[in-house]
Design a protein around this ligand. Structure first.
Ligand code: NAD
Ligand code: IPM
Ligand code: MN
Length: 371
């Protein structure tokens, strides 16, 4: 019979709490659908780092190749300088396995309280397709440790006046470079187009900021337009600031939104808020090799270890994992179980994030009981 080897990195803060519930639900659906699971547990995160100094050993990257998927909770802890664990574990995994697609569906489930209620008959069901390997995440830059000469006098920059004066005496300067390569923009656009078509949608929206950063995002627009039109879809670009404005006011008007890495990060938190909370926002990192499934949210240190976190995002991320493993029926069942829980819960049984008093484990149990 079918069996899958799944790596688990519960990570920091609420990570272990929400992953425990996701695993509970995945176990329940596996026995209902008759497939097996073996879990390989990894301890990486703040606790392990503070105890051992180890972040994510190279040997683990090799080992992970023998797993079919990785389920991750969250990485990051206030006791560790920002970026060390996030770049050293999370981004390392995304980059090493070239998980170039970051899928972040934003769907408002019926009966979930929304900060901006939808008008009668309107639905919110978007898919953010976030480029996951480039943009300002590549780690190219200077951290302000020493004076930087940006070479303005050599004509690298076309601005006159103010900027030139500001850089004429080298001073400590920090900078971080945003990268877009043709191959990466084309492959993510092609992927987003396929996903749009799969949803019966003939339009693709790209979030940019070509008005302020024409080099980087003008290039994005050019490449993405070509890939989109080639596939017969209507291509639309919008400045990300205006997009945020419209998403809040008319979320039902949007479907598949393609984003460069950093805008995708920001837009997906905004959409999480609009669709019921970070605790329902699921995510998948997909490439040609290992896939990593993780909620959009972080380790939420403010509510960690209190059984207060909403585990639905982790549970729905596990559903995305099942889908990628080819267990489509199991994936649909988990999504349906979340929907059934939300539709049937008394207001006080909802997660705290949604105004109820449902604990992390009670919400996980309730979802599992629908399977
Ligand atoms: P966060 O997403 O952890 O928290 C933002 C707010 O949302 C907090 O008030 C938190 O309590 C709330 N929240 C988040 N998830 C929730 C849930 N499931 N249920 C109820 N409430 C929830 O973002 P942050 O505070 O910016 O980051 C905290 C740490 O997590 C940082 O170290 C950051 O780098 C890291 N982080 C990791 C990931 C990841 O591993 N994928 C993602 C984002 C942030
Ligand atoms: C996310 C997180 C990460 C990101 C951080 C922790 C590096 O915010 O997964 O959304 O920016 O991608
Ligand atoms: Mn984020």
């Amino acid at each position: 019979s079918r069996s899958y080897r799944i790596a688990q990195m519960a990570g920091d803060g609420i990570g272990p709490e929400v992953v425990a519930e996701a695993r509970k639900v995945v176990e329940a659906v596996a026995s209902a659908k008759g497939f097996g699971l073996s879990w390989v547990d990894y301890p990486f995160g703040a606790e392990h780092y503070l105890k051992t100094g180890e972040i994510l050993p190279e040997s683990v990257l090799d080992e992970l190749q023998s797993c079919q998927a990785l389920l991750l909770g969250a990485i990051g802890d206030p006791r560790v300088k920002a970026g060390i664990l996030e770049r050293g574990i999370l981004l390392k995994l995304r980059f090493f396995f070239d998980m170039f697609v970051n899928l972040r569906p934003a769907k408002a489930f019926p009966r979930v309280p929304l900060p901006v209620p939808l008008p009668e008959g309107r639905e919110m069901d978007l898919l953010v397709v976030r480029e996951n390997t480039e943009d300002f995440y590549v780690g190219l830059g200077g951290d302000g440790g020493s004076p930087v000469d940006l070479g303005l006098e050599r004509g690298l920059y076309t601005m006159e006046g103010e900027m030139r004066v500001r850089f004429s005496t080298p001073q400590r300067s920090a900078f971080q470079v945003g990268l877009a390569t043709e191959g990466a923009v084309r492959r993510i656009t092609a992927d987003a187009c396929e996903r749009a078509l799969g949803r019966g949608e003939k339009r693709l929206t790209l979030a940019t900021k070509a008005n302020a950063m024409p080099q980087l995002y003008g290039f994005w627009e050019e490449m993405a337009r070509d890939e989109t039109e080639k596939r017969g879809l209507t291509f639309e670009t919008i400045n990300v600031d205006a997009l945020c404005y419209h998403l809040v006011r008319t979320p039902w008007k949007w479907n598949v939104v393609l984003c460069p890495n950093m805008f995708g990060d920001i837009v997906s938190d905004l959409l999480a808020a609009l669709s019921g909370g970070l605790g329902v926002a699921a995510g998948a990192n997909i490439g040609a090799g290992l896939g990593m499934f993780e909620p959009v949210h972080g380790s939420a240190p403010d509510i960690a270890r209190q059984n207060r976190a909403n585990p639905l995002a982790a549970i729905l991320s596990a559903a995305l994992m099942l889908d990628c493993l080819g267990e489509k029926e199991a994936a649909r069942s988990v999504e349906a179980a979340v929907g059934a829980f939300l539709a049937g819960a008394r207001p006080d049984e909802l997660p705290e994030e949604m105004g109820g008093r449902g604990t992390t484990s009670a919400v996980g149990d309730a979802v599992a009981s629908h399977l």
